[in-house]
Design a protein around this ligand. Structure first.
Ligand code: UD1
Length: 423
């Protein structure tokens, strides 16, 4: 078993580089299944989800190798499989993002039903409805989803909710369809723009990503040229380090980032009394005195990101006054709150909201993380706590953060990984 041990009370100081965006790179890897030639993807973080996606792609018949540090080379075979192994789909929900590219290329997909998730219900009904609108037949039986289409035809699709995954899968499925597809109420996340750019480099005709209306003009075939693409920096990793600085009352500079992607967090941190200086490709964060309480409403981009909600809650749990955090993206994303309460936080969850009454300090405790971002929140709480905190669930952190504890240690945190044999 692996756990992290943190000795609190050391403010973060220094500079930290930010890795490539997990939620972009996983989709670009899936997107490369549509390529007719070699795809080079740069700035790929070495995290467990990337390793799982490599296995998914290989299981489908793509050639995947590390060409260099942080550089992946992917060459899909002409004739790919159409079904990823169940255990990989179980391991990583993002495996569902191969559905759109496979439907486009192979005209059929079979996938294990991904099911629920610890952060709340995560159905894929919007993905499937989108495929149906494009003319595909969807059958769900014996725990599997079968999607098949002799022909895909462009359609006008309105999403009930701006789902990131549904927008991405429908966009991929429409690339080789006959005619024009319009996705309305589309997700506007920066990762969607990345995919549009990537697909267009492959020869697709997509525009509008980053707005709530995306237009895909179907093409007969993609170009057979190699492409070389560099992934954007991870805004969630960057945001986690900004909050780690705020909670530990430190001062750091984040390098190699796109500050615009962090505007909702920057605004909230400033409101809470943190000094944030934004430059073209870097942000400096400085926190000295106790933060002020602020209310936060989690919404799809450009709203406050759900993937920073647990880290923000932990930070506000030490602020002066009462903050109200409302989660509008994932229903079950407050499961970690009980663990923070064990460290001395005063938080009450009421439906989709958490009422956070700031306390002056946390005390170190042994806590268990239920999911990836909650694990990060617990580490942040440990940075600010009196004494030692141990966080179980380190494998979750490894799914999404590259060298998390090494980066924190380089900023002065007292953090180490403990490996024991016990179950
Ligand atoms: C992606 C991100 C995840 C982030 C989330 C929201 C990846 C690998 N994951 O997840 O880190 O937290 O966006 O920014 O990129 N929904 C439906 N039906 C559907 C699809 C979604 O009801 O068919 C609901 C979900 O239950 C959830 C909400 O829509 O409540 C948002 O989900 P979605 O935007 O699809 O998130 P993911 O793409 O799964």
């Amino acid at each position: 078993m692996e756990r992290l041990e943190i000795e609190g009370g050391y403010p973060l100081q220094g500079e930290v580089p930010i890795s490539g965006a997990k939620n972009a790179v996983l989709k670009l890897m899936a997107a490369s299944l549509l390529a007719e030639n070699e795809c080079i993807i740069r700035n790929v973080p070495l995290i467990k989800d990337v390793l799982t996606m490599i296995e998914v792609l290989r299981s489908l018949g793509a050639e995947v190798s590390w060409a260099d540090h942080a550089v992946l080379r992917i060459v899909p075979k002409k004739d790919l499989g159409y079904s990823a192994p169940d255990e990989l789909v179980r391991e990583m929900r993002a495996s569902v993002q191969v559905m759109g590219p496979l439907l486009s290329r192979m005209r059929k997909v079979k996938l294990f039903q991904p099911g629920g998730c610890v952060i709340g219900q995560r159905p894929i009904d919007l993905h499937l409805k989108g495929f149906q609108s494009l003319g595909a037949k969807v059958v769900e039986e014996h725990g599997y989803i079968y999607v098949q289409a002799d022909k895909l035809r462009g359609a006008d699709i309105h999403l009930d909710f701006p789902s990131v995954g549904a927008t991405e899968n429908i966009m991929a499925a429409a690339i080789l369809a006959e005619g024009v597809t319009v996705i309305r109420n589309a997700a506007k996340e920066p990762e969607i723009i990345e995919e549009q750019n990537f697909y267009n480099r492959l020869g697709a005709h997509i525009r509008g990503a980053g707005t709530d209306m995306i237009r895909i003009e179907g093409v007969k075939a993609l170009r057979s040229i190699p492409i070389d693409y560099t992934v954007i920096p991870d805004r969630i990793e960057a945001g986690t380090f900004m909050l780690a600085t705020a909670i530990s009352k430190g001062e750091i500079r984040l390098k190699e980032i796109i500050p615009e992607h962090l505007e909702s967090l920057t605004a909230k941190l400033k409101e809470a009394g943190v000094e944030v200086e934004v430059k073209e490709e870097s942000i400096r964060v400085k926190a000295g005195k106790r933060l002020r309480a602020v209310d936060v409403t989690v919404l799809p981009y450009p709203g406050f990101p759900t993937d920073l909600q647990p880290q923000m809650t932990a930070t506000l749990a030490l602020a002066e006054g009462t903050s109200l955090l409302t989660e509008n993206v994932f229903s079950g994303r407050f499961r970690y709150v009980d663990e923070l309460v064990r460290m001395g936080a005063n938080i009450r969850v009421e439906g989709r909201s958490a009422v956070v009454k700031g306390v002056p300090c946390f005390t170190g405790a042994s806590v268990v993380a239920p999911d990836l971002r909650a694990a990060a929140a617990m580490v942040l709480a440990g940075l600010a706590a009196k004494g030692k905190t141990t966080v179980e669930g380190v494998d979750l952190l490894d799914r999404g953060y590259e060298k998390f504890e090494e980066k924190l240690a380089s900023l002065g945190a007292r953090i180490k990984r403990l490996v024991t044999d016990e179950e």
